[in-house]
Design a protein around this ligand. Structure first.
Ligand code: NAG
Length: 334
């Protein structure tokens, strides 16, 4: 697995965000143990699913585990409807299947995995769900020694205050395409349990984490191909909260055309990056846990969202409160 990029290998230029931006209690509640992940890391990186499951018996300070195998029975059966578009060269089978299925296409419903969806998550709860999603994802990936970095709106939230913007519905991270292949071969459809403190529960802080959530890492088989086809599979992998279906979208970057545009990385959705804007990555923090961001994060954000994304202090019914270093919902500010 020479293609697995270890965190330590590429990191340089440590960069710290203002630690005051993330309240101290967030650091505390980020205390997690992923026993299976730790156990897996000490194994050769080419372990099979069976091997990964067997490693779960390792003793752990917390009863957390990482298990391999198919996810628990879905609430709704997953239907992979065959869609054939005659205008595109069809993939080998003749049809393009959409691997990840959502309960609907609207902004709201498009942000849930159909297998675990039981209804929309309220504004108050959705931010907590997203926070645990990204913390668990970053923590588990760090345990696995797999390089991943913040992207898109998640990177913009990091730029402002190291936190998720309250109007966001999902989270975006990127990996290299060789990392995707590695994840597909070793961690496809694995479940990861993450323990955390109840966000509102100060009492619990002195003892052990009281809550746990289980996440599914699911790798799209289309991630193995460089072609976009009909665009039904531009999301290469997902990290899904099995309690409500919310997720982190994982996309892979590759130098898709090294011959005529060397040094240009892109995902299947045509987001393009120069090698020197991505690497070496910078070490930082996001929502109170260690996180990695691309080297030229400002250039990347400017290209994707424009200069105003780093200047405008009123956005999506929220305003930036400089003293709090927080985005505050407009109504609550009255
Ligand atoms: C992941 O597992 C599912 C279920 O077995 C399978 O359909 C899918 O093709 C797998 N993904 C990869 C990348 O092998």
């Amino acid at each position: 697995m020479q293609t697995l990029l270890l965190l330590s290998g590429l990191l340089a230029s440590p960069l710290l965000i203002n630690a005051a931006a993330v309240p101290a209690d967030l650091f505390q509640s980020a205390t997690t143990t992923i026993a299976g992940a730790e156990a897996a890391v000490s194994r050769p990186p080419v372990g099979t699913h069976d091997g990964l499951a067997a490693s779960n018996t390792a003793a752990s300070p917390f009863p957390a585990e990482t298990t391999a195998g198919p996810p628990p029975p879905a609430e709704k059966p997953v239907k992979f409807a065959p869609i054939h578009n005659p205008h595109f060269g069809p993939p080998a089978a003749g049809f393009e299947y959409k691997y990840f299925q959502e309960p609907g296409e609207s902004l709201e419903l498009g942000h849930y995995d159909i297998r675990y969806f039981h209804g929309e998550v309220e504004y108050e709860e959705h931010r907590e769900t997203l926070r645990h999603l990204i913390r668990s994802y970053l923590t588990v990936f760090q345990h696995l020694g797999v390089e991943t970095w913040l992207a898109h709106g998640t990177l913009l939230g990091w730029w402002w205050n190291g936190r998720i913007m309250p109007w966001d519905f999902d989270l975006d991270v990127q990996v290299s395409i060789s990392t995707l292949r590695y994840l597909g071969e070793n961690y496809n459809r694995t479940l990861h349990t993450y323990e955390h403190f109840d966000d509102g529960d100060q009492e619990a802080r002195s003892s052990r984490p009281t809550k746990s959530r289980t996440y599914l890492l699911d790798i799209n088989p289309a991630s193995a191909t460089l072609e976009r086809h009909q665009g039904l599979n531009v999301i290469d992998a997902r990290w899904v909260d099995t309690s409500n279906g919310m997720f982190v979208d994982i996309t892979g970057l590759a130098e898709r055309a090294p011959d005529y545009s060397p040094g240009v990385w892109s995902c299947k959705n045509y987001h393009r990056y120069r090698t020197r804007d991505l690497f070496p990555m910078r070490r930082s923090e996001f929502e109170g846990v260690p996180a990695t961001v691309p080297y030229s994060f400002e250039a990347i954000l400017r290209e994707e969202y424009g200069e105003k994304s780093m200047v405008a202090t009123h956005w999506q019914g929220h305003h930036w409160a400089p003293n709090l270093k927080e985005w505050v919902k407009d109504l609550e500010a009255q």
